[in-house]
Design a protein around this ligand. Structure first.
Ligand code: UD2
Length: 307
């Protein structure tokens, strides 16, 4: 495979690049380094080429798809909050930029396109667990943009027979997730505060549930999705949800001192319970083993360790 990874210097992107290089693939990263970091990528690899550029520029994307067999499209405006405060900018990256990648991939005759969708397309679940046929009702421009991606991808399958697949990531955690960014997940925030010996704040009673998946598992799923021809959308989750209190308990086993826990008010618009049906991930992408939460947290707290 000769794979173009857009957003390859980011959190999920850089782990996917590592996994792809591990399979022997050649990789071309396209990243504008707005949130991605050069340091996330291997210092030197004959298999790796890095292009600094923006997916909003069609000519750049077209140049980058030259000679490419597979595309993993992860570049995005990933902040839900920023999608609310700056919807035009968000759509320019997440809709127009996505379309550039879709169209350039089609014109270049790329064999397979895999792109990042999101559990945000489901909004507040009406029934659990969420399978891919669950009703979609995004609560933010970000969620809507990802849903539009799914619809465009389906249209390109129908119109042009393009082989593509959208991955609906649930709560991804692991090394290289930036705890300071506005879209930081709760685990990266808690890990950073525990390392600093600072208290952690649980929003509400801590009984809310999430499906936390280790980034190494996500990278493996990305590679598996590139290597098969499964169409449509696939939930990327472990199939096991835990409460926030359970999460704190698991984190406590990785630290010498018990964490100081404070409770704040529930977060506005917070989803109470989330749980994923990952049957398609297991049966179609054949990803059936997931790093247990305790082990993933240990790797994270050991700073940058892998599982
Ligand atoms: C994800 C998105 C969020 C929004 C939501 C829609 C991320 C990081 N967050 O939120 O922007 O799209 O999905 O479904 O992608 N929490 C604490 N203390 C903290 C931080 C968080 O208690 O310091 C709680 C938070 O209130 C929530 C849980 O931890 O109940 C998980 O929060 P999250 O932001 O990691 O993920 P999620 O799924 O709520």
């Amino acid at each position: 495979m000769h794979v173009l990874v857009t957003g390859g210097a980011g959190f999920i992107g850089s782990h996917s690049v590592d996994a792809l290089i591990g399979t022997g693939a050649r990789v071309r990263v396209l990243d504008n380094f707005s949130s991605g970091k050069r340091d996330n990528l291997p210092a030197e690899s004959p298999q790796l080429e890095i292009v600094a550029g923006d997916i909003r520029d069609l000519a750049t994307v077209e140049r980058c798809t030259g000679g490419i067999t597979h595309v993993l499209h992860l570049a995005a405006q990933v902040s839900v909050a920023a999608s609310v405060s700056q919807p035009l900018n968000s759509a320019s990256v997440n809709v127009a930029g996505f379309l550039n990648v879709l169209e350039a991939s089609r014109k270049a005759g790329v064999q397979r396109l895999v792109y990042a969708s999101s559990a945000a397309v489901y909004g507040a679940p009406r029934r659990l667990p969420l399978d891919e046929a669950a009703p979609t009702a995004p609560l933010s421009p970000y969620g809507l943009e990802k849903l539009i991606n799914d619809q465009y991808a389906e249209l390109y399958r129908d119109l042009y027979g393009q082989s593509n697949c959208g991955l609906r990531y649930f709560n991804v955690y692991g090394p290289r997730q930036d705890p300071h960014s506005p879209y930081s997940g709760v685990i990266s925030i808690f890990a950073q505060r525990l390392r600093a010996g600072a208290p952690i704040t649980i929003n509400g009673d801590g009984q809310q549930t999430r499906d936390f998946i280790f980034v190494g598992d996500v990278a493996r799923a990305n590679v598996a999705a590139l290597q098969c021809d499964t169409p449509g959308v696939v939930n990327i989750a472990t199939g096991r949800s835990v409460t926030l209190l359970d999460l704190v308990g698991a984190l406590a086993t990785t630290t010498a001192k018990p964490p100081q826990v404070e409770h704040g008010p529930p977060r506005d618009g917070d989803i109470r319970y989330s749980a994923a049906d990952n049957t398609r991930l297991v049966s179609d992408l054949r990803c059936c083993e997931f790093v247990p939460l305790e082990r993933g947290l240990y790797a994270l707290m050991a700073d940058g360790g892998s599982c």
